[in-house]
Design a protein around this ligand. Sequence first.
Ligand SMILES: Cc1cc2nc3c(=O)[nH]c(=O)nc-3n(C[C@H](O)[C@H](O)[C@H](O)COP(=O)(O)O)c2cc1C
Length: 204
Amino acid sequence: MACLLVIEASPRFENSTSRILTAQFVEKWTRAHPNASIVVRDLVRSNLKFVDLPWIRASFTPPDQLSPDLAAALTTSNTLIDEIVAADHIVIGTPMYNFSIPAVLKAYIDQIVRLGVTVSMAYEGMLKNKKATVILSTGGDFSPGAPFEAANVATAYLKQILGFIGITDVNVVLAGKTLTVDQGQTTLVDFVKQFDGAISAAAA
Ligand SMILES: Cc1cc2nc3c(=O)[nH]c(=O)nc-3n(C[C@H](O)[C@H](O)[C@H](O)COP(=O)(O)O)c2cc1C
């Protein structure tokens, strides 16, 4: 049975373009994969801790030598890794913040990138045969040829880190110019319509 992991990172909930487009992706993906299972990891509601000293100590300690305290430091990381290991397709709906990704998404990434668990000791990604779709909402325009295209660090970073853990089949849907909604030049409904083709293709 196919499994989709849905990762959400926008705190704007019903006004969030990335959440609306991600919901449309899930609907289309589910139609293409009946009987599939869907797991939602909402990072805004997950209250993830940042990596700290016990986490670092624990992640570099052989599993059979972990004290109960050190083992506890990896509980959340283990849960998140189990979720992504079980998934065939991962969809990440995220805003661009300061040309990069929101802190909640970076906190998630720091929890799931683990030597010997998702990356081998020879630095090879261990999560094979998975696809990822990134739906990246941006206030400005970072489309090919746009003056600020190169300032979009989010796309390059997400491709880099997903590839590092073995997920190299990554499709990015760039949902740019959300400012036009916030400034009242278009409606949320009309805005999301323009990405219908890209979302359908990604979910096929
Ligand atoms: C803290 C913060 C930083 C942002 N930084 C950028 C940015 O660097 N570039 C940009 O184009 N838009 C930026 N934006 C705008 C968001 O990317 C835009 O509103 C996007 O639609 C948010 O995603 P959402 O609609 O899913 O919430 C920023 C918004 C916030 C709140």
